[in-house]
Design a protein around this ligand. Structure first.
Ligand code: ASP
Ligand code: MG
Length: 461
């Protein structure tokens, strides 16, 4: 088989875990062709975000030195634990020195200018993956496996110039194939590609959006006509809901692309919501696997599984959201609608859910809590004094997902009567006509209870 394997987050939190993952790769590589995609070590991207903002807004001379020293220490330690060969070790050390030297200069530049553009921000964020990939590759090399590390651009991931959320261009499939295929077929090597980052045609580094390494993996899989994508995590796979909320939550062995996408959009941390696009067309299955339980089959995300038995297959809960409500009389609603979404899009406010009253006097949108300020400001003057824009905080979105809901009467009835029986008030409802998901809003402190009620109602445990 040809498999693209992605490692990220807690699976690569330190040198020991990188070594463990590299051993897994070596084991599966014996009978398969493998391409590895790696994200930054756990927490590194967040600390780069923090450092870039701090250098821009509140520069202090000691900060950069300290930050670079910490990054050096963390990555050096990872090398020491992950790489078992002195010569290879010192080569990676000097690579890390070179990268961190470059990062130090960029951060200094930001603090002098007091300006952080989306382009320079992407450049800074790219260092997490650029530091991690050589370490992983060196770990493989020190086990006697031929390997080399590639940055997104080297691997052929060419994107547009939408820094922060860059889109791969249509031609990437060809460029990725020409860069990577010879490495696995002729050189019999394991390429280790930095996830999350690409490059513009002019050679500037871009990022694909937070969590974008999943998308790197599926792009490569699609370009190489891989048999499967394996996303390695610290859990067995996709669960019926968060086990922290419902201890009886169960592993879902198979789930369709659409269901997985709905769940990811609605807050279940399965994979980057856009990551399935490249593999769906080619029907390449994506498997979620557990680094701590590698023999388990995990969850397979694949083409259309519509078991009528599982009407509702999974439940997700997003707790940090707010409703923005636009209401008023006497204005042209269609005009207001288009204006609302235009302004929200311009301000990069991500809309999670929409509902509208049929008298056309009321439009409610759910946004992430962190976007409330931006959204309210963007919509401030929208009703021109003829209405109001208000905000309801302390709410949560619950989404019930399952392809078996489509065409099955009575599902919504069961959802809402179970909630009613448990005295949970529903504030807002939405279901699109794909019928793969019913989403609704409740008071935040009733969110977990609502999930428990529905988990029981649909016998998911
Ligand atoms: N390191 C990036 C992030 O934290 C990309 C990824 O993890 O997939 O968002
Ligand atoms: Mg990350």
């Amino acid at each position: 088989m040809r498999i693209v394997m992605k490692f990220g987050g807690a699976s690569v939190k330190d040198g020991k875990s990188i070594l463990h993952c590299a051993r897994l790769v070596k084991k599966f590589w014996k009978d398969n062709e493998v391409v590895v995609v790696i994200s930054a070590m756990a927490g590194v991207t967040d600390s780069l975000v923090h450092a870039s903002k701090k250098c821009c807004n509140d520069p202090s001379p000691g900060f950069i030195k300290l930050f670079i020293a910490e990054m050096t220490k963390r990555h050096y330690e990872a090398v020491n634990d992950a790489v078992r060969n002195e010569e290879i070790k010192s080569k990676v050390h000097s690579k890390i020195d070179k990268l961190l030297d470059e990062l130090e200069k960029v951060l200094l530049g930001i603090s002098y200018l007091g300006e952080l553009t989306p382009r320079s921000s992407d450049y800074i964020l790219s260092f997490g993956e650029r530091l991690a990939a050589p370490i992983f590759s060196a770990s493989l090399l020190s086990m006697g496996v031929d390997s080399l590390s590639l940055e997104g651009g080297d691997a052929g991931i060419i994107t547009d110039e939408n820094y922060g959320r860059a889109k791969p261009l249509a031609e990437v499939y060809g460029t990725i194939k020409s860069r990577i295929e010879p490495l696995i077929t002729i050189k019999k090597s394991i390429p280790v590609v930095t996830g999350f980052i690409g490059v513009t045609k002019n050679g500037n580094i871009t990022t694909l959006g937070r969590g974008g390494s999943d998308l790197t993996a599926t792009l490569i899989a699609s370009a190489l006509n891989a048999d499967e994508v394996w996303l390695w995590k610290e859990v067995d796979g996709v669960m019926t809901t968060d086990p922290k909320i419902v201890p009886e939550a169960r592993l879902i062995p198979e789930i369709s692309y659409q269901e997985a996408m709905e769940l990811s959009y609605f807050g279940a941390k399965i994979l980057h919501p856009k990551a399935l696009e490249p593999v769906m067309r080619k029907r390449i299955p994506v498997r979620i696997k557990n680094t701590f339980n590698p023999e388990s089959r995990g969850t397979v995300i694949k083409e259309g599984i519509t078991s009528t038995k599982d009407i509702v297959k999974a439940l997700s809960l997003i707790e940090r959201v707010a409703i923005i409500n636009i209401s008023g009389a006497g204005f042209d609603f269609a005009e207001i609608m288009s204006e609302v979404f235009e302004r929200l899009a311009e301000n990069k406010v991500h809309v999670i859910m929409v509902a509208q009253s049929s008298s056309e006097l009321n439009l409610s949108v759910v946004v992430d809590e962190s976007d409330v300020g931006k959204a309210m400001k963007a919509l401030e003057s929208i009703t021109n004094g003829m209405g109001s824009v208000t905000c309801i905080r302390d709410v949560a979105v619950i989404s019930a997902v399952g392809a078996g809901m489509a065409g099955t009467p009575g599902v919504a009835g069961r959802i809402f009567s179970a909630l009613g029986k448990n005295r949970i008030n529903v504030v807002m409802i939405s279901q699109s006509c794909s019928e793969y998901n019913v989403s609704f809003v409740v008071k935040r402190d009733e969110g977990a209870k609502a999930v428990r009620v529905l988990h029981k109602e649909f016998e998911l445990g």
